[in-house]
Design a protein around this ligand. Structure first.
Ligand code: AMP
Ligand code: GLY
Length: 414
């Protein structure tokens, strides 16, 4: 029987803990640092995700069989490297491989090498270079800061003034440094994640994420405000194309460059008129995509990870039903927001909740920007949607807001 440590503290980690808990070969699940909402399925351990020494000490003491790392920050800071060196089995990319997410310019370099379809782009290094580029390539255009920005470093500028403001903002913090400016793409977005070990890539079912804060894709980019899986609008053929032209070549180029990838590779993709293109790569499960995909995954997660890591082929079996979930976020998110406002009624809900950023103070309160992920599985997307919104209406949370159009397409009326 396996003992699992999940590293991280959000909705994705709650979903991972629930998924491990379901496995017949898992004995105990620990989450560090977790949040109090995860106590239903895991033992919450008060160790920070960046405190590698203490995580190693804990893993040894508790005879952990597998460490599964949820978020990007510890991965790009080298948690995999140090845990491996300490003899602990950990699933996630090394710090070098995690650069695929941490540095937009590094990712673009690999995509160019492997001829992976993506938006046309340049990497500039100074304010002047960036402004000069905009003067010849006007909006709509996309500005991407280098480095980890939790989904918030991207400005899709529909006019020049917005582009210039974004560029000036980035260079107000640094004098010299890489900034990616890229062509604005149009199409249907989807998230394709896969278990990867070297050249082997095993895709999960796709999901759709809603990045903007408000209905009709208005407001700022966020970490994601809702998701569902599967995504009927995205044709099977597009997913196959994405596997052969994006995911497999990416895994291969990383092996060829001497930085083989192990872990979850996430393709943020767009089906455009010219075919499927890459918007970004991440090196971990998407959040809130993990919640809906893992709810549908029937193959035991620990067994998948062990098989993938030992070079075996795996078959991933999914519940055919639709999973859909809506994020309840603190009012003001992704900018500043008030914490510790009450959340009442969670105990009465008849459907599942992943805790993204709650705390317990004689009752549930909000702690993080994204607070709850309320989700359901049903035979149709519409039915799942209906149930989720009906249940959300029963939650009394004056400090939270949510989108009312999850499960609908951009041009559909709510
Ligand atoms: P990223 O962090 O790179 O995924 O970007 C966040 C969001 O910005 C994406 O999910 C897209 O909705 C949008 N975006 C990023 N790049 C582009 C692009 N080249 N064209 C249009 N939208 C984009
Ligand atoms: N939901 C998108 C991400 O996790 O990056």
């Amino acid at each position: 029987m396996n003992r699992i440590l999940v590293v991280g503290s959000g909705g994705r980690e709650h979903a991972l803990a629930k998924c491990f808990r379901k496995s017949p070969t898992v004995d105990r699940v620990f989450v560090a640092p977790g949040n109090p909402g995860m106590r239903d399925v895991a033992t919450v351990v008060a160790i920070d995700a960046m405190d590698f020494d203490r995580l190693i000490e804990f893993s040894k003491k508790e005879n952990i069989d597998l460490v599964f790392v949820g978020p990007e920050a510890p991965l790009s800071a080298g948690i995999t490297d140090v845990m491996q060196a300490a003899g602990i089995r950990v699933f996630g990319p090394t710090a070098r491989a995690a650069q695929v997410e941490a540095s937009k310019s590094f990712a673009k370099k690999l995509m160019n090498l492997a001829d992976i379809p993506t938006a046309k782009h340049v990497t500039v290094f100074t304010l002047k270079e960036a402004l000069d580029y905009i003067s010849v390539h006007p909006a709509p255009i996309v500005i991407k800061a280098d480095g980890l920005m939790a989904g918030k470093g991207v400005t899709v500028a529909m006019d020049d003034a917005t582009a210039i403001e974004a560029i000036r903002h980035i260079y107000s913090d640094m004098e010299y440094g890489p900034l990616v400016i890229e062509e604005y793409l149009q199409g249907e977005e989807f998230s394709l994640m896969a278990f990867v070990c070297g050249n082997k890539v095993f895709p999960l079912q796709i999901a759709r994420d809603y990045k903007r804060a408000y209905d009709h894709d208005e407001g700022l980019n966020t970490g994601g405000m809702g998701s569902f899986s599967p995504v009927p609008l995205i044709k099977e053929q597009w997913v196959e194309d994405a596997m052969s032209s994006i995911m497999l070549p990416m895994a291969k180029v990383m092996v060829d460059q001497g930085i083989p990838f192990t872990g979850i590779l996430y393709g943020g993709l767009m089906a455009t008129k010219e075919g499927v293109k890459t918007i970004e790569f991440n090196v971990r499960f998407g959040d809130p995509e993990a919640e809906v995909i893992l709810a549908r995954l029937l193959t035991p997660l620990d067994q998948i990870v062990f098989d993938v890591m030992s070079g075996k082929d795996v078959e991933l079996i999914f519940d055919p039903r639709f999973a859909l979930g809506v994020v309840m976020a603190s009012k003001g998110y992704p900018q500043s927001y008030t914490k510790n406002t009450p959340i009442r009624g969670l105990e009465e809900l008849s459907i599942e909740v992943c805790h993204m950023g709650t705390d317990w103070q004689d009752g549930w309160v909000n702690q993080g920007g994204r607070v709850l992920f309320v989700m359901d599985l049903a035979q149709t997307l519409e039915k799942a949607r209906e149930t989720v919104y009906k249940e959300i209406a029963r939650i009394d949370a004056p400090g939270l807001f949510y989108r009312s159009d999850i499960g609908r397409w951009k041009d559909e009326q709510v």
